[in-house]
Ligand binder design. Sequence first.
Ligand SMILES: [Ca+2]
Ligand SMILES: [Ca+2]
Ligand SMILES: [Ca+2]
Ligand SMILES: [Ca+2]
Length: 432
Amino acid sequence: MREVYGDGRGVLVIPSPDSLAIYLAQDPDAAGCSYAAPLVVAYESSVETRVGNPERAGAKVGQSVRLPWVRTEDIDGDGHTDLVSRLEREVHFHLAPGGILSPIPSWTLDLAALEAELPKLDGIQFSDLLTHAGRGVDWRVADLDGVAPSDLVLRVGGSLRVYLGGAARGPVGRATQVLRSSGNVLFFFLRDVDGDGREDLQLLRSEGLSLARILRWLIFPGTLEFDLYTYENVATGKSVATDDTGADERIVFTKRPTRRQGVDLAIPRLASFEGRSDEIEAQMESDFAVPARRFRLGPGAADVVDLIDGRLVVHIDPPLAGVPELPREGGAAMAWIEALILDDLDRQGDGGRRKIDLSDPATFRVAEGALLREACAGRPPTLVRPLSDAPQGDDERTPQLLSRDLDGDGLEDLIVVRRSEQGYGLEFLVWR
Ligand SMILES: [Ca+2]
Ligand SMILES: [Ca+2]
Ligand SMILES: [Ca+2]
Ligand SMILES: [Ca+2]
């Protein structure tokens, strides 16, 4: 039993092989005694058992369980948390008007039906392998026009469909706006590019990529070019006449891109790259093991706290120009792309290009901890303090640093989390 909505009411979740039955307690004073009819969330799970090869000493034995993709977030923007459950071929949206979750999906996005709209492909397209990558169906929810409820954007291949208010009811009726892009649309983003507070539409598209070109990269280096097109959000909340006939049509995004930018992926000779990939992997692994991270301990821009040889090392307000703020490991892919590529392009404006050179080892230095440690190297630390307990033997894994405002002064304090086979060890440090 756990609390999901932060309203003090207990929630009982009973899993079955293909659904979760969620029982919400009805009366906060009688929590645990009376429950409403269950909310049944369908999901697909898979349990895979590996028995390995018992003849071999290093054989792996175990079971892997794929958990359902269920997420809680406010989909329609009414302030009440809703529930989304993603299945292989459809997505169920359970909305919670007035804070009461609908026991049956309020609407369903039928991914299979949308995919069926795409032209059929005859086998693998060797002349353009990215055709397959661009064939997906994708969705995002955001408030685009500043008028409740939130809005829905669907991508079906190279066609983008905007439904104002669509987050509350799904893609019913005619789309408010349809944008079509040629080439292979690989991905789309809703993000505020120009800083006016409204999310704009960005499409990442590519030229064709033939099998012949990949084979060529085995011998010669080359470049794969991507286009990033930005369509500015110009939704006004009012209907506007957009053509001479006076027909009333809402436009949300500009009909043509307002920024055209490029991302060039420089591909090294693959035959030479192959031998170096292990080296790069080892470097990335050791980079990600560095626990250094940014804190706001004092009034400066950022402070860096690191753990080196069992000691806490604090640098107050060190110069960190050029060290990007990267998501922690496990952050969403979108946050990485944003920090490493898109933020830079936003600053460049129309016509900007960003080169990613896969033959340059610096391209793979993407762990913030390692970059922060390097930025502070050679600088006298503000404080060095041994941790209170000695590390608990060789089995201890790299400690993690967490931040919380422990004393309520509005600035962060430190929590050191150590894991070993004996369990967890926590150390709380209030910064004054
Ligand atoms: Ca909601
Ligand atoms: Ca809206
Ligand atoms: Ca904007
Ligand atoms: Ca504090």
